[in-house]
Design a protein. Sequence first.
Length: 256
Amino acid sequence: MKTRQPSKAEELRRLNLSNLLSLWESVGEANDALETHRGFKKIYIHGSSWPNRIWLTEDESEDSTRSALEKASVHLSRKDEPVLLVLTEEQVASSSDWLKEQGLSLLFPQTGMVLELEAAPAAPTEEVLEIVAVRTPEEASLWSQVASEAFGYRVDPTVVRNLADVCEITLYLGFFPEGVAGTALLCTHRSVAGLHMAGTRPEHRRRGVARRMMHHLMGEARARGLQHATLQASTMGEPLYTELGFRKQFTLHNYV
């Protein structure tokens, strides 16, 4: 019997998730904070809220999901190491009763999205925002400060500085003449460009920072010969990404 080959949509969904998990694993490894358990992985970095997560590594069947969650439950209950539990739609459907029993609640959803880069819209012609790749420890510390302000949670500067030698990850800062305005992160993995951590300082919002940062990252991805860009959008960010041509693939659920 022939094994059914995944469709293009299924493969792109897998690549989107793989890019995100690769980012978390790279951050964890660079900071000696990645734990691999049977059925799940965990990253917890003391003093930082990002990216502290638990995610499942088995297939999305009900039995595998419940088994992995039971093993992960002791880590989820630790008050001294708070982490988010990240589940796909299929995993949530398989474990809704268990989640209620554990008293876990949905903190926020994210929409997995994909774009064929050759179909990306043209970047704005007026370049009022200077975007530069982070190269020095001082710039990495500035990136962590701006990201913390943009997202409202702590991104530890040591965590970011430790990413300097991770070749798959490039950090970017966006500057207006009066100062730094935004951040973004490009993670290349398995032929896909993952666009992450596109954030804007509160005082610079509604000035097109996120849009320009996204255009820059898409241009960088095309220059590297990549064909697809992926991301996981917040409810607030999804309209912008839809306008840029990204289409929805799936929903991730983040529980606490």
